[in-house]
Design a protein around this ligand. Structure first.
Ligand code: CMP
Length: 135
């Protein structure tokens, strides 16, 4: 089934100059770029996006991180795009993510893990609405 998913190339991806490399992996897989924007995220947008995590112990430093510099938000479309993106991203913790995945190859942290991908059809719909209300 064709799906759309919300992807964030987090501030570490921009800072480390990996935007092109990471985007190339999604494109090479065959996913279609539907929308893309460089965004400076404030605390309010971070809290809205990560609503399910705001009470967690790890959230305050996560908020500091996602607001620490520009990130790239994008919408990708393709067959089973939500699961495909999550499998390309790899496990949350870059230290444990399998080689061959974006995090497994390029990240060494649980927080600064380069990418975010929606985790379900409901999340994708909610997150695309937050970042790209015109879509
Ligand atoms: P993401 O896929 O964007 O979803 C929630 C984010 O919280 C996750 O990627 C990580 O950046 C971060 N995260 C999740 N668990 C932890 C944790 N235990 N410690 C620090 N950061 C975390």
């Amino acid at each position: 089934m064709t799906q759309r998913t919300l992807v964030l190339l987090k501030p570490d991806t921009v800072r480390r100059g990996l935007v092109g490399q990471v985007l190339a992996r999604f494109e090479a897989k065959g996913l279609t770029l539907v929308a893309m924007q460089l965004r400076h995220v404030d605390a309010e947008l971070a809290d809205t996006h990560y609503a399910e995590h705001v009470e967690r112990d790890f959230y305050p430093p996560l908020r500091d991180f996602v607001t620490s510099g520009p990130l790239v938000a994008l919408v990708l479309e393709g067959d089973e795009a939500i699961e495909v993106v999550r499998s390309l991203n790899g496990a949350t913790d870059g230290r444990k993510a399998a080689p061959g995945t974006i995090r497994g190859d390029l990240a060494l942290s649980n927080r600064e893990n380069l990418v975010h991908g929606s985790d379900s059809t409901e999340s994708a719909e909610r997150e695309i609405g937050i970042w790209f209300p015109d879509l």
